[in-house]
Ligand binder design. Sequence first.
Ligand SMILES: Nc1ncnc2c1ncn2[C@@H]1O[C@H](COP(=O)(O)OP(=O)(O)OP(=O)(O)O)[C@@H](O)[C@H]1O
Ligand SMILES: [Mg+2]
Length: 450
Amino acid sequence: MTGKVRSLGSLRNRLALTLIGGAAVLAVLLYFVVRSYAVQIAQQGQDSILRASVTSILDAAVLRDGQLEVDFPYASLAMLGTDSDDRVFYAIYQDDVLVSGYDGLPVAASDSGMVTVTFDGVEVRTTTASRLLAGAQSRTRVTVTVAQTQDLLAVTLSAISRNIALFGAGFFVLVMLLAVLATSSAIGPLARLTTSVARRGPQDLRPVVSPVPSEMVPLVSSLNTLMARLGQSLNRSEDFIAEAAHRVRTPLATVRSHAETTLQRVDREENRQALRSMIRAIDESSRAAGQLLDHAMITFRADHLDQQDIPLAALVENLIMRLGPVADMRDVEFRTALDPDVTLKGDPILLHNALRNVVDNALKYAPRESVIEIDITANPPCVVIRDHGPGFPVDQISNLSDRFTRGRNAEGIIGSGLGLTIAQEVATAHGGQMTLGTHSKGGACVTFSF
Ligand SMILES: Nc1ncnc2c1ncn2[C@@H]1O[C@H](COP(=O)(O)OP(=O)(O)OP(=O)(O)O)[C@@H](O)[C@H]1O
Ligand SMILES: [Mg+2]
């Protein structure tokens, strides 16, 4: 039973979204921080020129014979010239009376530093400074205000903003690429572990030994412990079945021989009939116990597969020799076409058992006095066993290799439904497969390809 695993969403997407979301926030933050810093620097540049301009005008103011004279230093306004033709305004006041310059130019308190105000419908940056001039008889206060529009600043700022936006976008794209790379490399070991576990055969309970990142070590250790426990419990149950089958078979053989002896002594037909049924039931049980024993042995040996070079032709000839007496009893003839050079790496006991089960079926289900053909071909190594019986029941063919599954043609024939299961498991353990089919002349055809 496999429970459906609920998904909490993709770890890769979550990681990538966190990184990309973080990068987006950083890029926006970077844009505003750098932009405000750039505004400050650009503003400071304009402010210091404005301040120098005001100071140089103030310095040019003198009191001569009680009269204020300003030898206007034109350089003080020229220094404010910009590529954007920013307009410059000034106003000179003597004791709050406008002496020269623009009337109405807002005068900031002289200690308020730089301020931005609206004059003549535009925003201007302005600063004001004043000085006390002392003559022989009089004292007067001269105040100078200089203001400048901010066109160049706006142009500079929009250029800076464009560049920072481009830089931010580039940074964001770069982080996005890095996020994809980082998530792939972080998730990579997990994906590799999943593939390596998913690719395993159902019997493969070996521990995972390939190195994994330290965060995954507890998970892999738990997985390995679980597989070890599973392996142990499987082995225990296989051992138990083998032991139980063995213990059942021995007394059954004894009971059977007693029943046979009794059958020879009994004359009444109804007693003879009862004894025959008994012998048949014993045969069924004995066959089932034998097949269970074989299956347990197969499962165990498949887990620790031998790697001998097996000449397949010799293996088949040996099998035919052993099954000779049964074949003779049914007047069945073996016809073989065996390529002597075909070898296979594996466990000869398992392969012998698999082929024996299939040939045994051919002997059981095909009619007397028929022919069983066995071919061995190379590239890839294949063993094909054909008989001339009724063939597999077509609608059941896909299930006949399942445990304890028998076809409807098996009625009245002793068997336990494990023969094809064993053959199939042996083929899989050797990296091959077993295919059931019907050959052109109608009989069953079993192909092992490795
Ligand atoms: N050569 C064959 N011709 C026709 N039917 C076959 C053939 N071989 C197998 N079958 C069908 O496939 C079924 C499963 O075969 P399998 O060998 O697994 O079990 P079994 O022969 O019934 O029992 P046992 O475990 O004793 O071999 C059989 O019951 C039979 O219906
Ligand atoms: Mg069988």
